[in-house]
Structures are given as structure tokens and as C-alpha cells.
Design a binder for this molecule. Structure first.
Ligand code: SF4
Ligand code: SF4
Length: 313
């Protein structure tokens, strides 16, 4: 697939002219997947909190290794790999739990873990939103996106050398879980560090450049079925709102701008987090969720309003 440069953003007059001709979309319609993702992320915590709060145990353990309703073991496959690298042979249930999680994300979407489950995602989304509101336009210090794969390799090497699951000592995901479920205030330090890094140092710095967990789930889901399609790319008015909100904007252009080059409308990069934010903000109806084999396209012109979206975290 050929990389394609985005077409320049429409000027303000052209966007306002388009808005006047087309009907408005509701706030809910412009934030549907954002709300669903927040519900999903809160739901994960709720499963663990029903025990301590109401005495009804649904999920027990941690976000990395749990048992739901005493029948469904779920284990983070990256943690299992670290255990193996550290030469600790896991219990059968941990192996089964890791297989269940790995198969799910490999089939559905690897980085759906990032946008639909991970408790750090709202933190980095908030930092990004605040950055925009405060007018921090510069990208800041930007490590190369592939740095996360080097960090992933390092995580496994350190486990092998030290014989410990060393990453779990500093993993902000684990610490965010501890803050919410166990009230571990010391763990807040790691979460705040990620927030401040994204706010003050690098735009989308942690999740899109450094996090080894996101890198791992991206690799795991490189053949996954659920994809976002730019199925209505013919209707794109180049307002660039999707690029502005996407945590991995480089994934969009090969599909959105690639019709003339014969590129598929499917966003095929495993870096796409299937967050659906592009679907939310695009008032031209360019994007939709589909499966990886659906290369169908719509060529009619839509009658919806071009978007100057106000972002919410
Ligand atoms: S990149 Fe890492 S911290 Fe960010 S959402 Fe994904 S797993 Fe969570
Ligand atoms: S392309 Fe769309 S669904 Fe994929 S990460 Fe970007 S905004 Fe989210």
C-alpha cells in the first residue's frame, strides 16, 4: 500500500459555506463511539469493583490476570511472555487465560485493547484535549513511533536478564488499575507522569510512540477482522477533522487519499486503535466500521453538514 499525503485542509470560508448548506448533527452523533468507549473502560473497572463495593464478585484479580464469574480466566499475553522470558512456568489457568485474550484480540482488533479497555487511554486523551485547549500547537519532542517496538523488546530482555516481570513494576496500566480498584495513591505517580509527559513533552507521546503494551497488541492484531473503512471517501471535503482527532493519524491517508492509486478504502494499519473517533467527527459520513475483506465503496454525495467539531476528552 502506498503512503499518500493528506490533501490540504479546507479554508474557513469554504467550511462555513458547506455548513450553511447542510443540516446539523447532534452532539451525541458526533461523540457516539467516544461515549461507548468510556462506558466500556468504566465497565471494566465496574466488574472488579462490585466485589469490594456491593459484595458481589464478578471479576477477581487484576487487569493483567483475572477470573470472571469463577469460570473465565483472562491473562494479559504480554505478561505471560514476560513470565516465560523470566523462566517462570505459568499455571494452566494463566496459559488458558492468555490464549483466550490473544485469540480475541488477534481476531477482533489488537489495539481495541487501547481504545476500549486500557485505563490509560482516557488519561492520554485528556492530556491531548487539554494540550489543544491550551493552544500547545507544537508536537513537542517526538520519539520515533517505532520506538515502542524497541521498548517492547527491551521489556522482554529485561525480564530474561533479571528473572522478574520487571515491566509490571512500572507499567502505568497496572498502576492506573491499582489507583481505581485498590485506592493505591502511590500508584498515581505513574499515571500522572504519563499525563504530564503527553501534556508538556510530546503530543500523543506515550501511546503512539513509547508504550510497549500498545505495540504488542498492535502486532497481535495485525491480521484482525474489524477495520475502519473510508468507504465514502468520494464525499471527503478535506476538512482534516479526522486527522486532528486520530491518535495515529498516519494510518488514515493511504485509505482516504488513495483512491487514485488504487488503494483499498480499508484502514489496514495495525496501528489503528479502532476507536471510531474518525467516524464520530466526520460529518460527511466517510468512515464506518466493517471487516477487513469489505472493500466496497459508496460514490454518492452526502447531504450532511461539514464539521467544525468541538472536541471532548
Ligand atoms: S498504547 Fe499502552 S497505555 Fe496507551 S492505550 Fe494502548 S495499552 Fe494503554
Ligand atoms: S483511524 Fe479512526 S478508528 Fe483508527 S485510530 Fe484513527 S480515529 Fe481511531
Amino acid at each position: 500500500m502506498t503512503a499518500v499525503s493528506p490533501t490540504p485542509r479546507l479554508n474557513r470560508e469554504a467550511r462555513l459555506a458547506a455548513q450553511e448548506k447542510l443540516p446539523e448533527r447532534s452532539f451525541l452523533a458526533r461523540n457516539k463511539f467516544l461515549f461507548l468507549r468510556r462506558l466500556s473502560q468504566a465497565g471494566v473497572f465496574a466488574l472488579f469493583l462490585t466485589g469490594p463495593l456491593f459484595g458481589v464478585k464478578i471479576a477477581e484479580g487484576t487487569i493483567a490476570s483475572s477470573m470472571t464469574l469463577k469460570v473465565l480466566p483472562l491473562t494479559d499475553p504480554l505478561m505471560l511472555l514476560q513470565m516465560l522470558a523470566a523462566r517462570h512456568w505459568p499455571e494452566g489457568l494463566a496459559l488458558l487465560g492468555a490464549a483466550i485474550v490473544a485469540i480475541f484480540y488477534a481476531l477482533v482488533s489488537g489495539r481495541a485493547y487501547c481504545s476500549w479497555v486500557c485505563p490509560i487511554n482516557p488519561v492520554t486523551d485528556l492530556a491531548f484535549w487539554l494540550r489543544e485547549k491550551l493552544g500547545f500547537q507544537a508536537k513537542g519532542w517526538q520519539p520515533k513511533p517505532e520506538t515502542r517496538f524497541w521498548v517492547l523488546a527491551m521489556v522482554l530482555v529485561v525480564s530474561g536478564v533479571t528473572g522478574t516481570i520487571a515491566w509490571e513494576l512500572v507499567n502505568p496500566i497496572t498502576h492506573a488499575f491499582r489507583v481505581v480498584v485498590f485506592g493505591a495513591t502511590a500508584s498515581l505517580t505513574f499515571v500522572v507522569a504519563v499525563f504530564l509527559f503527553d501534556l508538556l513533552v510530546a503530543r500523543r507521546g506515550w501511546c503512539s510512540h513509547l508504550c510497549p503494551v500498545g505495540a504488542f497488541y498492535g502486532l497481535l492484531g495485525s491480521g484482525a477482522l474489524v477495520k475502519v473503512s473510508t468507504h465514502h471517501r468520494a464525499a471527503c471535503d478535506h476538512c482534516m477533522d479526522c486527522y486532528a482527532v486520530c491518535p495515529e493519524p498516519h494510518v488514515i491517508s493511504p485509505a482516504l487519499e488513495g483512491a487514485k492509486k488504487g488503494n483499498s478504502p480499508i484502514i489496514s494499519s495495525a496501528d489503528c486503535t479502532t476507536c471510531g473517533r474518525c467516524i464520530d467527527v466526520c460529518d460527511r459520513g466517510v468512515f464506518r466500521f466493517t471487516h477487513r475483506f469489505d472493500a466496497s465503496e459508496t460514490t454518492t454525495v452526502p447531504t450532511v453538514r461539514s464539521n467544525c467539531s468541538g472536541e471532548t476528552p
